[in-house]
Design a protein around this ligand. Sequence first.
Ligand code: DX5
Ligand code: ZN
Length: 217
Amino acid sequence: MDMVQISPSILSADFGDLKGEISKLEEGNADYIHLDVMDGIYVPNITFGPPVIEKIRNITDIPFDVHLMIDRPERYIEDFVDAGADIITIHEEATIHLHRTIEEIKSHGLKVGVALNPATPLDNIEYILDDIDMVLIMTVNPGFGGQHFIPSMANKIRTMRRIIDDRGLDILIEADGGIKLDNAREIIDCGLDIIVVGSGIFESDDIAERTEMFRAL
Ligand code: DX5
Ligand code: ZN
C-alpha cells in the first residue's frame, strides 16, 4: 500500500484565523482538507455550510474532502458542488435514496464517499461498493471533535480492507475520529488509505510539523 494520506479536519481549528490555520496545513503538505458539515438534525451539533466552504475555496488549492453529516443530503448536493467540493461523502444512515444520491454526486464529476456510523454494519453498503470511490469508517460517533477512538472499529476497518481486496475494488478507506499520534500507526495498519485528524493536529503548537508527522507514519 502507498503512504497514508492525511485529511486534517478544520473542526478543531481556530475559526477566527482560518486563513492562518490553513496556510499551516499547506506547509505541512496536507493531502486534503476535511470539512465537517453538521445540521443539528442528523448529528447533535451545527457547523457550517456551502457559503463558508466557498469562501475557504478561495484561499487554498488543497482538495476538499467534504463530510456531510446532514439529514437527506440529496437536497444540497448541488450547493456543495458549486462551493468547490472535490470529494463528497454522505452517510448511509442519512438517506433512503443512497444509490440515487451517489449517482447524482458522480454526475457532477466529483468523487463520492459513503460514511458509516460505528453501529452500522458493512453489509449495508454491499450493493453500492461498485459505485463509490471511498468508504469512510466513523471511528467515533459523529458530531464532535476530540472523542476517543472506539476500539472495535479496528476490526471493521480490517474487514472492509479484506472485502475490497477480495472483490478487487478500487476504493479508498478513510477513518475519522479519535486518531492521534500515539494510536495512528496501529489504526493505519488495519488497512487505511486516508486518516482524518482534527484535535490531534490542531492541539499542537506547531500545526505544520504535526501534519507532517502524521504523513510520515
Ligand atoms: C466527527 C467529525 C470528525 C472530527 C474528528 O463527527 O466527523 O471529522 O472532526 O476530530 P478528532 O480527530 O478530534 O476526533
Ligand atoms: Zn469528519
